[in-house]
Design a protein around this ligand. Sequence first.
Ligand code: SAM
Ligand code: DTB
Ligand code: SF4
Length: 331
Amino acid sequence: MLNPPNSPPAWTLAEVQELLAAPMNDLLYRAHSVHREHFNPNEIQLSTLLSVKTGGCPEDCHYCPQSLRHASDVASEPLLPLNEVVARAQQAKAAGATRFCMGAAYRGPKERDLARILEYIAAVKALGLETCATLGLLDEDQARRLAEAGLDYYNHNLDTSEAYYPEIITTRRYADRLKTLEHVREAGMRVCCGGIVGLGETVQDRAELLLELSRLNPPPESVPINELVPVPGTPLAHAPKTDPIDFVRVIAVARILMPHAHVRLSAGRSTMSRELQALCFFAGANSIFYGEKLLTTPNNDADQDHALFAALGLRPEAQLRTESRTSVHAG
Ligand code: SAM
Ligand code: DTB
Ligand code: SF4
């Protein structure tokens, strides 16, 4: 699908760089204004993650504890049984999540595993949850089958700029990721695509990533902005911590460039103060990963998050709306 004729003009790299460098109050004011135009500023969407296939990944992403090539403590485990995935999705729904995201440590899914993943998707969707999966590279046929099974979103991150990508991942190309995103779109699924801040990238790399995300046509419906979780044993274990102000700038610019997207404050949240998270929400983040674990690393626990929502007057997006949108009712 092409941009409609009345869509706003595309951003240039210089403009995005200017936004990232703008006086903070100007940037926050602008991002928050865009946010209010398109969303209820006091509502937040909750996605729960489950690693359905952990570790043993052949790729070499320098940030990732699940790569076979790094000496992290994450062991390789087999694909989870269907009943375990359904039980975890039921727990996520009972805790208030509206979306359940299943992650697998693959370069791309193998046929035998895909058959079981298609079963997960149908079963999770039947609970009245939105479904999301992140399984690495897909071909056209795999994307079509995932969509047919009821997959609402596919998460596939660009992670960083095209120029910096080979410094972080050498086992696949940026173009491979873009191709998978095309297959996901052609199959009719919604796209969840974002990146990581703190990989040693420059501000220009951040601008290029944000621009690339905004130029996906159409832009992603969900944009996860991760802060690197430095995991012992990975090549980025000792990467310097990102300045929190610079992290908020990335959130704000994502909001301005992709006004209709849910911008997700993603990995890294467990080491962020409540005040920093509040600033991210003001800058336009309106989604989080919810539940005590991301894929292999800890996340904030639900009680902490509810206390934060109460302090900020934030309301989780209602499940009811999800159910009416998907026309599936809880069993
Ligand atoms: N294997 C599939 C792939 O890479 O597309 C799906 C799972 S992979 C773990 C999903 C995403 O998690 C990556 O694209 C990356 O953005 C994020 N991620 C992985 N390790 C991370 C870390 N240590 N810190 C922050 N984000 C991380
Ligand atoms: C995304 O952008 N972040 C999530 C999800 N998509 C799959 C993953 C974060 C992983 C953090 C490291 C870990 O827990 O293994
Ligand atoms: Fe594998 Fe995904 Fe981790 Fe890369 S990010 S090593 S592809 S699990």
